[in-house]
Write a protein that binds this ligand. Structure first.
Ligand code: GLV
Length: 309
């Protein structure tokens, strides 16, 4: 019984040794040294190469090293009928909570303005509104989104959420579906995108979408780069309809050196670090899900391949 691991190369050995300790009965092999492909029953992957998983005829399940599964489902030759398990868990939720609260607070308290003032040795004591006067909107109310929304509410923000289907979360005004999107956007000063990437959410943040946000709103995208139409964002910043964008995810990663986002004065670029999984805590989640799967116990993180998350 063997498992194949595909990750960004720099991290593969670190992951391999952790997973091997957690799963002593399963031989953990690297993608570049698969041995006999027929031994492989489990694949633990981040952005597997197109068509690559097909060579493993005895594959029983595919684990995404991350909460998103779009990078697995994007493979047009993905073996049919093989369950796909995502990885969530407390470390991913905690890291995303930190990222979202950090940047919402940064925008709320005008930290970028203060930094610029400091560069000019300019003492500018602005009084910012209270959090309860700042309307934050979180798109995507799965584990990460619901947790981020609740954390923002506990900091005192006026928080609403939006998702494809209806949700009920304490202290969060929940909107859902296309019909309620405009009302959700109209009441949002800081928009946080934590949606899964699906055919319905691809390019959702476009010109028309931005026009529904109040003038001066800011966006934080920690979902996927494909949620955003980049030129439409640049235009909305140029016309000052939007005040700023904080972007952790991009259509092309790493973000190409010549990309206009890098040097844009109203864009903060972070290199897809919003919620990175690590082999110690993430490895434990993966091992637990795999052992449950092997023992035929229910695994909550098996995704619906049809729905896309
Ligand atoms: C990160 O992007 C993830 O999907 O967990």
């Amino acid at each position: 019984m063997a498992l194949i691991l595909h990750l960004r190369t720099a991290r593969e050995l670190w992951w391999q040794s952790h997973l091997q300790k957690l799963l002593p009965e399963i031989e953990c092999r690297l993608w570049r040294e698969p041995g006999n492909p027929d031994d492989i029953e489990y694949a633990v992957v981040w952005r597997p190469p197109e068509g690559g998983l097909q060579q493993f005829r005895n594959l029983k399940c595919i684990v995404s090293v991350g909460a998103g599964v779009d990078h697995v489902l994007a493979d047009s030759q993905l073996p049919e009928g093989v369950p796909v398990i995502r990885t969530t868990g407390t470390d991913l939720t905690q890291r995303m909570r930190e990222y979202v609260c950090l940047h919402v607070l940064r925008l709320h308290r005008g930290l970028d303005r203060q930094w610029q003032a400091q560069c000019a040795a300019d003492w500018q004591p602005d009084i910012t509104p209270l959090a309860s006067q700042r309307r934050v909107g979180v798109m995507g109310l799965g584990k990460l989104g619901a947790d981020a929304a609740a954390s923002l509410a506990s900091l005192g923000f006026d928080v609403a959420g939006w998702a494809r289907s209806s949700h009920h979360i304490d202290r969060i005004d929940c909107f859902h579906g296309d019909a309620q999107l405009a009302d959700f956007l109209a009441r949002t000063d800081i928009l946080v995108c934590l949606l899964p990437l699906t055919a319905q959410t691809d390019s959702l943040m476009d010109r028309e979408f931005f026009s529904l946000l109040p003038k001066g709103a800011s966006i934080i995208n920690a979902g996927r780069g494909e949620h955003l139409v980049e030129q439409d964002l640049l235009d909305a910043l140029e016309t000052e309809h939007l005040a700023s964008a904080t972007l952790d995810v991009f259509r092309t990663e790493p973000l190409p050196k010549e990309h206009p986002f890098w040097a844009h004065p109203k864009v903060l670029v972070t290199p897809h670090v919003g919620s990175m999984i690590d082999p110690e805590t993430g490895g434990r989640e993966i091992a637990r899900n795999l052992l449950d799967f092997i023992a035929n116990r229910p695994v909550a993180d098996v995704i619906d391949r049809q729905r896309g998350y």
